[in-house]
Design a protein around this ligand. Structure first.
Ligand code: IPD
Ligand code: CA
Ligand code: CA
Length: 273
């Protein structure tokens, strides 16, 4: 699969990195100050920083790759990312955290070709943590290779997750945890940034991450990071994750298999509006 070079001669990974850092820098500079905040729907907030950061990223990518499709949560969420070269951007993932001053958020930039993710970057400006991967080239955190957890049993695990916006999906997650997983597990962490949640599972900081329903910009970097870090990332039924997967489970192969077994027949497998 050929990974394109930008107009200035920069590699795709260099452009993705630069774009994510540019937006992350803006978000960090504005973290303490007043932000314009509005609710898109109950529980789903957006700030003026999200919109400005996405515009910055789009401008940079457009300069380098004028023919590529741009998909972004704030200004191009209806554009499909599964045909040709498509850049997929979440300018601030974890906006609910960001809007109240919780320093757990990140910027996601990825490139897919016909829906297959080629490059993915997730940048946490508060810790200056850069998670990145290129297909076939491994996954890295701040330049060092990362790998998924080596744990083999859910009883020893830290499981990351987040509640989806759908009340039905959230109920399915909580019931599934209470009825199928707890108390034979280590503990859980609701992170507030699914992109960081998946990246932490890729880096083996947590042992697993799940969410009932995410969007392409939440998952684009994570899908590649987990696969390149030796993990398995699928939808709720165990099918290999795509940008349009219905839900996500990310872990190492043996924990993933145990989780699928435990959750077989649970309502969590059902879609929710
Ligand atoms: C949200 C976060 C959250 C997840 C939501 C996402 P946003 O993204 O990743 O953890 O539970 O489903 O929409 O709105 O902060 O970019
Ligand atoms: Ca997001
Ligand atoms: Ca966002």
């Amino acid at each position: 699969m050929s990974i394109p070079i930008g107009n200035s001669g920069k590699t795709t990974l260099e452009v993705a990195r630069e774009a994510a850092k540019l937006a992350g820098k803006l978000a960090k500079e504005r973290f303490e100050g007043e932000k314009g905040i509005r609710f898109k729907r109950p529980g789903d907030v957006v700030t003026d920083v999200d919109t400005e950061a996405e515009a910055l990223i789009f401008a940079l990518i457009q300069q380098e790759f004028p023919d590529h499709t741009l998909v972004g949560e704030e200004s191009a969420s209806d554009v499909r990312a599964d045909e040709g070269y498509a850049w997929i951007v979440d300018p601030v993932d974890g906006t609910r955290n960001y809007s109240v001053g919780l320093p757990i958020y990140s910027t996601v930039v990825g490139l897919a070709l016909d829906g297959e993710v080629l490059v993915g970057v997730n940048y946490d400006p508060e810790r200056d943590d850069l998670f990145e991967a290129q297909r076939g080239g491994g996954a890295y955190l701040n330049g060092k290779p990362i790998h998924v957890s080596k744990k083999t049993e859910i009883k020893d695990c830290i499981i990351g997750f987040d509640l989806p916006y759908s009340d039905v999906g959230a109920r399915y997650e909580l019931d599934m945890l209470a009825q199928a997983v707890w108390p034979n597990m280590g503990t859980v962490r609701s992170i507030g940034s699914s992109a960081l949640g998946i990246s932490y599972a890729a880096a083996g900081k947590t042992d697993m991450y799940f969410q009932h329903r995410l969007s392409p910009w939440d998952m684009v970097a994570g899908i590649l990071l987990v696969e390149e870090a030796g993990g398995v990332i699928t939808d709720r039924n165990g099918n290999r994750a795509t940008l349009y997967s219905d839900g996500i489970i990310a872990s190492n192969p043996s924990l993933h298999e145990e989780f699928l077994r435990l959750t077989e027949g649970a309502d969590w497998r059902l879609p929710a509006m």
